[in-house]
Structures are given as structure tokens and as C-alpha cells.
Design a protein around this ligand. Structure first.
Ligand code: URA
Length: 234
């Protein structure tokens, strides 16, 4: 890989900016006397320093966001703020996208990555990746709803797969935990409507084996730990 491409992918700026950086003499490639933008380096073994600090190359980045209400799960929108507006500057050059969608008013766990393969694997309908939500409801859950969710229900345009419905509180705010293995548009809200209830608040707390970190404030982003990533890639 060319040195200027490597540095741009490490987040040191655009190709033009990193060319300037190289020309200013701030970049050192170990074992190479004459450093030029077109110098060929090995991204896995070359040792490259910018202003004396080692540049770390990574192709992919995996971020967890505690999504607040009011942001859409897209990379760009004409009018509305998107989840990308919440990504810290240092990760912008990775060009991450959200893995799936949460409604504008849904909060909670949203994974953001530039790893297209993982994104595809987690979203592929044939993989039935479980997603768990906490729902605050207008009415208490009826016992028969648990069975209806378990059996799967006809939502008109599709039949839901068996899902798990667990009662958390039968006092206000009526609260339930639901796990679905697909991710159709407004699915959880539609499932509760089907049993004559209404979702007033929705928060995703888990996707596959990735759990929303209690310490991650609303609107905040952090990288997955190695352990979380290994579990997710399994
Ligand atoms: N189901 C919904 O209805 N909304 C979401 O944001 C996610 C799942």
C-alpha cells in the first residue's frame, strides 16, 4: 500500500493533507531514508511514525452507540440528524454505517461498523439474529399475549417468527421485555398493536450476544472490547 493511502486510512487527513504532512518531514518509515507519498509500505509490518508517534493501521472499526430518540439510523439525511452525527471525529474517516435500523424514537443499542461482511451477517434474515427490547406499554401485558408472541403472528404482510415476551412490570409504567429474531419495519410496535396494546417507549438492550452497556450514556459511542467483538464474530 502507498504511504499516503495508509496515512489517510489511519485518519491523518485526506490524501492531499497527508501528502503535505509527508513533505513537511513529520513522517518516518523505519528503515527507509527517503519518505515519499508513493513509498510502498506493508500495513501489517512496516513501522510508521507521525511526529514520533506510531501510526496504527486498522481496516475495520466496531462501535456501540446508545442511541437517543430524535436521530435516524442512516448515514445521511436532508433534514434530520442521523446517528453518524453522534460518532466522534476520530472515527469519521472509517465511514461506518449502522447495522440495521432503530426507529427515530427508539433508544438503545446500535452497532456501527465499516465491516460490510459482519453487517450483512447480522442482518441476513436467514441468520435469525435475536434482538431484545424493553417496551413501555399503554396497557398491561395479558397472559395470552405471551403465547401469541411465542406462536408467531400474522401482521398482514408477513408472519412473525416465534418470539419471547416477558413481563417486567404489571404496574405503570407497564413494561415488557421482547426478543425477536427478525427485524421488519416497526416490528415490535406492530406486534403489540396486534394484541391491542401500544408501545409508548422502546429501547434495544441486546443484539446477538452484545449487551447494551449500562455505563454508556445516551448519545455516547465506544469501541467494542476484543471480547465483545470475538463473541459477535462467532
Ligand atoms: N421494532 C420497532 O417497532 N421499532 C424499532 O425501532 C425496532 C424494532
Amino acid at each position: 500500500m502507498r504511504l499516503d493511502k495508509f496515512l489517510a486510512e489511519c485518519g491523518f487527513g485526506t490524501r492531499t493533507e497527508v501528502k503535505k504532512l509527508i513533505k513537511s518531514g513529520c513522517v518516518e518509515v523505519k528503515g527507509d531514508e527517503k519518505v515519499r507519498p508513493e513509498t510502498h509500505i506493508d500495513e501489517n509490518s512496516s513501522e510508521i511514525f507521525v511526529n514520533g508517534k506510531k501510526a496504527d493501521y486498522r481496516k475495520f472499526v466496531y462501535l456501540i452507540l446508545n442511541k437517543p430518540s430524535g436521530f435516524i439510523s442512516a448515514t445521511w439525511d436532508k433534514k434530520l440528524p442521523t446517528v453518524i452525527d453522534l460518532v466522534p471525529e476520530e472515527y469519521i474517516h472509517f465511514d461506518v454505517s449502522p447495522v440495521g435500523r432503530l426507529d427515530i424514537d427508539t433508544e438503545g443499542l446500535l452497532l456501527l461498523t465499516n465491516d460490510g461482511d459482519l453487517n450483512h451477517r447480522l442482518l441476513s434474515p436467514k441468520n435469525h439474529v435475536p434482538k431484545t427490547y424493553i417496551a413501555k406499554l399503554l396497557n398491561p401485558v395479558k397472559n395470552e399475549d405471551i403465547e401469541t408472541f411465542k406462536k408467531g403472528m400474522d401482521l398482514g404482510d408477513f408472519e412473525t417468527l416465534p418470539s419471547t415476551l416477558e413481563i417486567i412490570s404489571q404496574n405503570e409504567p407497564y413494561t415488557a421485555k421482547v426478543t425477536i429474531c427478525e427485524g421488519k419495519f416497526h416490528q415490535v410496535k406492530r406486534m403489540f398493536e396486534k394484541v391491542n396494546n401500544k408501545v409508548l417507549y422502546l429501547k434495544r438492550i441486546k443484539m446477538k450476544n452484545l449487551i447494551l452497556d449500562e455505563n454508556l450514556d445516551l448519545g455516547k459511542v465506544r469501541e467494542l472490547t476484543n471480547e465483545e467483538l470475538e463473541d459477535l464474530l462467532k
